[in-house]
Design a protein around this ligand. Structure first.
Ligand code: UDP
Ligand code: MG
Length: 203
């Protein structure tokens, strides 16, 4: 009896996943191929017109967040929201990479201390994918200055000063594309099928 139940459950699971693989493939077109990374992206064709489903953004847990062991909680928030992790790595960031990442801030008075802060220890950098992920993740991360960040946001819950605000999130689609290409090789980003796709957005 238990064996029979298990067989039925597995069949249902297989059907659910294979149906969703087709659906997921149909969502790929319309997203810049360079940012999809995975080799399967190039040949896929779409039947869906839903925009922004394959939008991607760069999120980084800064050195204070890593030191305070907040990486898991931050990842959990993005998973819980329904976004898909497509790239993840830990690194000690170089000043060269940072100066490109923060090129617009070079003339700011806080720039030297920002470089010191960001090179003070390892960072965990990620690429998350999903509908409207750039704007939604900025809301989830909260105001640049944690003193003004809403409770419930990452910065509002885990920090109180702008010099140690725990996390980075790209601030625009263009910024996200630039930052993803800066921090990740195309081969480091995975284009994978998420079995719960139909549960997280309407197709
Ligand atoms: N920052 C700072 N002092 C300031 C403003 C910014 O130390 O007065 C740092 C802070 O770590 C911030 C980063 O510089 O996250 C980049 O600033 P930006 O204005 O791009 O804010 P974000 O996009 O990170 O919210
Ligand atoms: Mg910024």
């Amino acid at each position: 009896m238990i064996v029979l139940q298990r067989c039925i459950f597995m069949r249902i699971g297989q059907q659910f996943c294979s149906r969703n693989q087709e659906t997921t493939k149909s969502l790929v077109s319309g997203f810049p191929t360079a940012l999809l990374g995975g080799h399967r992206a190039a040949g896929l064709r779409s039947r869906s017109t839903l925009p922004n489903v394959r939008e991607r953004t760069l999120i980084a847990v800064k050195p204070d967040g890593v030191q305070r062991r907040l990486v898991g909680q931050i990842i959990q928030r993005f998973e819980q929201r329904g976004f898909k992790l497509v790239g993840l790595k830990m690194l000690q960031v170089s000043e060269d990479l940072l100066s490109q990442h923060y090129c617009e801030l070079r003339t700011k008075p806080f720039y030297p201390s920002l470089l010191l802060y960001m090179t003070s220890g390892p960072v965990v950098v990620m690429v998350w994918e999903g509908y409207n992920v750039v704007q939604t993740s900025r809301t989830m991360v909260g105001h640049t200055n944690p003193a003004e960040a809403q409770a419930g946001t990452v910065r509002g819950d885990f920090s109180f000063h702008v010099s140690r605000n725990v996390v980075h999130a790209s601030d625009s689609l263009e910024g996200a594309q630039r930052e993803i290409q800066l921090w990740f090789q195309g081969s480091e980003l995975l284009n994978w099928d998420c079995c719960d796709q139909t549960s997280t957005c309407e197709l």
